[in-house]
Design a protein around this ligand. Structure first.
Ligand code: ADP
Ligand SMILES: O=C(O)[C@@H](O)C(=O)COP(=O)(O)O
Length: 406
């Protein structure tokens, strides 16, 4: 293995696995830290953790365990994959995990760049933009678990990290890899500006030989070339059979996708209250899904005021855990009963679903949308969609893509 990735959520893991696969690397996504060794021919291994919102100490411990496993598989470079909107709480977990990895790997300058231009995320003057909006006006300020209210990544990371946080402006990025590498020579985390894929390729070239990087999937664009691989698109064996869409994401893009799918497919909404009081049960919803002819949608996606009201009434963690555990049990039941195509919206939701399915590894297929590959766990086709990725018709398009070969 050449490149080892530690991803802080499951959609993020498949996002960066797609980038590496499209750049020609043989890549697998592991669900948690594997107990066995990986295939020695694998070019990149992505360990998917559910550490973005875990308690800080747990996030550090699982990330270090993932790092040790990746190093044992021969990884020469470690990437901490975080969200392209830098999702984290004021406690972390990006800063504390990055500090622990930097210590373990004796990394000096660590490039940190969540830019993902294809999906509208750019970093300029140390600030993160989503399309033409600063992060704190992009809808991310309303995220149920990691509301992002400060667009200045230097400040966000400095508040979470014990190391120095510095900035590399775009003007330096444009001067090429050797100047850029030189600009990151101290013991510090460097927020690096990037507004185009070319900027990310420069960062990749500058990172040749560095033990540790941190970013969104864009940070991986320029890494495979350092290991002499050439581009080749991932392949896909068609998966037919009944499908379902499970959406626990409340992000703007998902809500538009839900709205669109409501008009063309059977749907059932769940909420914290009715799951907790037992009036919505996994058995009922399973029976309902199985009785549909068209792939139905089960969703808890709701507007920010509805989510806030549920959190105020039941507590943020309990509300999230209630919905996640429902989707986890539902997905397990549905796959046991023969469903083979699952589109899942939401990072935490995907983590809950895939963990429930007890899959150990996912193979990476072609892209369903920028940042979202089709993936496969045995006979089951899945798409793990990040909250803010994909166009309005993503659900129907992806279910149909799963049935085609590539
Ligand atoms: N109706 C709801 N009320 C409260 N919390 C919810 C509701 N629907 C979903 N959630 C929780 O919100 C979180 C959404 O996060 P996630 O699945 O990562 O989506 P995204 O990818 O959009 O960030 C999950 O923990 C989910 O359980
Ligand atoms: O980098 C990204 O934006 C994604 O890969 C990702 O991590 C998104 O997380 P969720 O929005 O929580 O799915």
């Amino acid at each position: 293995m050449k490149i080892g990735v530690i991803a802080d959520d499951f959609t993020g893991a498949s996002d960066i696995a797609l980038t590496l696969a499209e750049a020609g690397m043989s890549v697998a996504q592991f669900i948690g830290v594997p107990s066995d060794d990986s295939d020695p021919d694998l070019g990149a291994g992505v360990v998917a953790l559910k550490s973005r919102t875990a308690p800080v100490a747990d996030a550090i411990a699982t990330s270090l365990a993932a790092c040790e496993w990746l190093l044992r598989q021969g990884a020469e470079q470690i990437v901490l994959k975080v969200c392209s909107t830098f999702d984290s709480t004021p406690q972390g977990n990006i800063g504390p995990v990055l500090d622990a990895l930097a210590d373990r790997l004796q990394a000096r300058g660590v490039p940190v760049c969540p830019a993902f231009p294809e999906n509208g995320r750019s970093v300029y003057q140390g600030h993160l933009f989503v399309q033409d909006r600063l992060l704190n006006e992009s809808g991310m300020e309303d995220h149920p678990l990691t509301p992002m209210t400060d667009p200045d990544l230097r400040r966000v990371l400095a508040a979470q990290s014990a190391r120095a946080v510095q900035h590399v402006p775009r003007a330096t990025v444009m001067r090429g890899p050797s100047v850029l590498a030189e600009a990151m020579g101290e013991d510090a985390h460097y927020i690096v500006d990037a507004i185009t894929d070319d900027d990310l390729l420069e960062i990749g070239a500058a990172a040749r030989g560095m033990p540790l990087l941190c970013g969104g999937s864009g940070i991986a664009l320029g890494l495979p070339v350092n290991f002499n691989v050439t581009s080749r698109p991932p392949t896909w064996e068609p998966v037919t059979g009944p499908g379902v869409v499970l959406s626990g994401s409340c992000s703007r893009a998902t809500r538009a996708q839900v709205e669109h799918y409501l008009a063309i497919a059977p749907h059932r909404q769940i909420d914290v209250r009715t799951v907790l009081d037992g009036s919505t049960t996994v058995d009922d919803v399973t029976a309902w899904v199985l009785s549909q002819d068209t792939a139905p949608l089960v969703y808890s996606s709701a507007d920010p005021d509805v989510v806030r009201a549920a959190q105020a009434e039941f507590g943020t963690e309990r509300a999230a855990a209630t919905i996640e555990s429902f989707f986890s049990s539902l997905a397990t039941e549905l796959v046991t009963r023969g469903l083979t195509r699952l589109v899942v919206a939401g990072g935490e939701t995907s983590g809950a679903v895939v963990t429930g399915l007890k899959a150990e590894a996912l193979t990476i297929g072609p892209r369903a949308a920028a940042g979202v590959p089709l993936v496969r766990a045995g006979k089951t086709a899945l798409a793990l969609k990040s909250g803010n990725f994909g166009g309005e018709t993503f659900f129907a398009d992806t279910l149909s893509l799963m049935e085609q070969s590539a």
